[in-house]
Design a protein around this ligand. Structure first.
Ligand code: ADP
Ligand code: TPW
Length: 583
């Protein structure tokens, strides 16, 4: 039988060369390596177990998870952090579907990711003859992915991987599905032909230079502003144009607001940050420059009371790589289409000494509002209620994290998310990872593993107890790879809070309520990690400080007043109300 070779070295003897073959397994790994992909997040089983083994043998890092959704979330956040597609690998049908949620979330958030999934026999699947884990995965993936591809022949693996990479990172980034039927992996082809079939993707996300007239139009609109505002979204953070964005903000003197994952693009303590006067600036600004932020529900669709409807219409300048994003919710006066680095650089070309600085009246009004709100917040944070509430717990965490500006912060929950976003300052770009565009629960431990593996640095995950439950089993993964992740569970005995009662008086607890006084800290101890149980801000400070100093897998069960949370956090207004129930 012909020898099957891995990383294909030039053969020394012509006879050996004539005989040497490679196969689908090796070609997939070689194609990924050729494109500088060094990590796969996944979960093994038929037909990808050997693919994972081979990946490890060939020097790739394979991080194995306990559920594919978490592997997918890890891949997605790795993609966001690096601008390279994060790779998730799953088995067929159920494994694929578990990973698909993460792929859809990545696409929704514009994170580049590739879900590589093994699949069953095409001939049997298409005739619906009942194969092991039968499913038409390619078509199932299509509506939720930016692109979806299937490779049927080993000689097409190189092209398939190249197309997947390019689709994930070029233009608006997103999730890509790559379907690899079991039969493909064991197909053999001539090793030299195989090597020649591989594609090194050149310039996967080419710069997209904005049209000069669009830049001139945008500058005109900005110059006409009396009360200008810059809004930075996670697209701006993703673009890694940190220096240009900072220069634009500082040279123009325009106040700015970061969306949650854009926090830290400039330090939250920057004097031009209008975060503490958010409602005021959204309502009062007359011209808004959006950089990598969509006018979706998170920004009240750019209209209505939030945007000061009574003050008349606003003018928007919008920088985005996706032309179809423009006018999606309200009319955009000046679209600038291109990559953020190129667009911001082009705008900077027109922001010179003659560029009008925002009026002192506008800046003073913002500063005054900020001070008022910061004072109010300081008073709330200074309180020391017993039991501890969200604010006193977050004060403790904020003060510890201030000393560690390079820590990665993962955050999900309802109240836990809303309050932590407001209280915890970020100092560096791409360090905050949260529920994002969908407001999804379950990203916690996947993002934590992805961020720890990708950065090699400490992660602190601030988690509502409900949110944590979606991915809690990955504590074992965190311990297995000995990752520097400290998970803080804000334990208030339920979804939003723990005080609801079953109105019938029956034995079942209310739909939002969990087991009282659960000890999440003991979960991590089962896997060799360190657990802390804390009930006061001082204990929390001590536990978090120790956790970070140790760099070990830790979990802090932080007991929060079970009556402190509000329904849906700050999204109460999105809950449909039953008129009948109110009677
Ligand atoms: P946020 O939730 O922080 O407001 P969104 O996810 O809504 O941010 O918006 C991100 C936007 O950034 C998307 O419309 C996306 O097309 C855009 N984007 C992503 N990467 C780039 C880039 N490199 N250049 C320009 N726009 C980008
Ligand atoms: C995949 C609905 C939004 S927030 C939340 C749920 C279940 C949990 C809130 O409780 P938690 O936080 O985490 O204890 P806190 O601070 O308020 O006490 N399923 C998915 N996504 C969402 N968003 C939900 C359900 C939800």
């Amino acid at each position: 039988m012909a020898e099957v070779v891995g990383t294909i070295e030039p053969q020394t003897s012509p006879a050996a060369e004539a005989q040497a073959t490679t196969d689908g397994f090796h070609l997939v790994i070689d194609a990924l390596k050729l494109n500088d992909i060094d990590t796969i997040f996944g979960l093994v089983g038929i037909p990808i177990t050997d693919l994972a083994r081979l990946a490890q043998a060939e020097g790739l890092r394979f991080i194995g998870f306990r559920h594919e959704q978490n592997a997918g979330n890890a891949a997605a956040i790795a993609g966001y952090m690096t601008k390279k597609p994060g790779i998730c690998m799953t088995v067929s049908a159920p494994g694929f579907l578990n990973g698909l949620t993460a792929l859809a979330n990545a696409t929704t958030n514009c994170f580049p990711m590739i879900l590589i999934s093994g699949s069953s026999e095409r001939e049997i699947v298409d005739l619906q003859q009942g194969d092991y884990e039968e499913m038409d995965q390619l078509n199932a993936a299509k509506p939720y992915a930016k692109a979806a591809f299937r490779v049927l022949h080993a000689e097409d693996i190189g092209i398939g991987v190249a197309r997947a990479i390019r689709a994930a990172v070029s233009g608006r980034p997103g999730g890509v599905y790559l379907d690899l039927p079991a039969k493909l992996l064991s197909q053999t082809i001539d090793a030299v032909k195989g090597k020649e079939s591989l594609v090194k993707v050149i310039d996967a996300a080419p710069r997209q230079i904005p049209a000069p007239d669009s830049v001139a139009r945008a500058l005109d609109v900005l110059k006409s502003a009396k009360r200008p505002l810059i809004l930075l979204g996670k697209g701006a953070a993703y673009a890694q144009a940190d220096r240009e964005i900072r220069e634009l903000v500082e040279r123009s003197g325009i106040p700015y607001l970061p969306m949650s994952m854009a926090k830290g693009l400039l330090p939250d303590t920057h004097e031009q940050s209008a975060s503490a006067a958010r409602s005021f600036v959204l309502a009062e600004a007359d011209v808004v420059l959006l950089i990598g932020a969509r006018l979706n529900w998170l920004l009240s669709h750019g209209k209505g009371k939030t945007w000061g409807a009574a003050n008349g219409p606003k003018k928007f300048v919008q920088i985005d790589i996706a032309p179809t994003e423009i006018d999606s919710n309200v009319a955009i006066a000046a679209p600038v289409i291109g990559d953020i680095g190129s667009c911001v650089s082009a705008l900077l070309g027109g922001i010179d000494a003659s560029f009008p600085r925002p009026a002192a009246e506008w800046l003073d009004a913002i500063a005054e509002k900020k001070q008022k709100n910061l004072d109010k917040m300081a008073a709330t944070l200074a309180k020391n209620p017993s039991p501890m509430n969200f604010h006193s717990a977050l004060r403790a965490i904020r003060d510890v994290l201030k000393q560690h500006p390079d820590i990665n912060l993962v955050n999900e929950g309802a109240n836990t998310l809303d309050y932590a976003r407001a209280v915890i300052d970020m100092y560096l770009p791409r360090k905050r990872f949260d529920s994002g565009t969908w407001g999804v629960m379950g990203i916690g431990m996947g993002f934590a593993v992805g961020a720890a593996v990708t950065s090699g640095k400490q992660v602190v995950a601030i988690e509502g107890d409900s949110a944590f439950g979606f991915s809690g089993m990955e504590l074992e993964t965190i311990c297995r790879y000995n990752l520097p992740v400290c998970t803080v569970v804000f334990n208030n005995n339920g979804v939003y809070r723990g005080t609801d009662v079953n109105p019938t008086g029956g034995a079942d607890v209310a739909p939002t309520v969990f087991v009282k006084n659960a000890r999440y800290d003991r979960m991590i101890e089962a896997f060799g990690g360190i657990g802390y149980h804390v009930t006061t801000p001082d204990e929390l400070t001590k536990a978090l400080t120790e956790s970070i100093a140790s760099g070990k897998p830790t979990l802090i069960n932080a007991v929060i007043d079970e009556s402190a949370g509000t329904e849906s956090g700050r999204l109460t207004n999105l809950n449909p109300q039953s008129a009948a129930m109110k009677k």
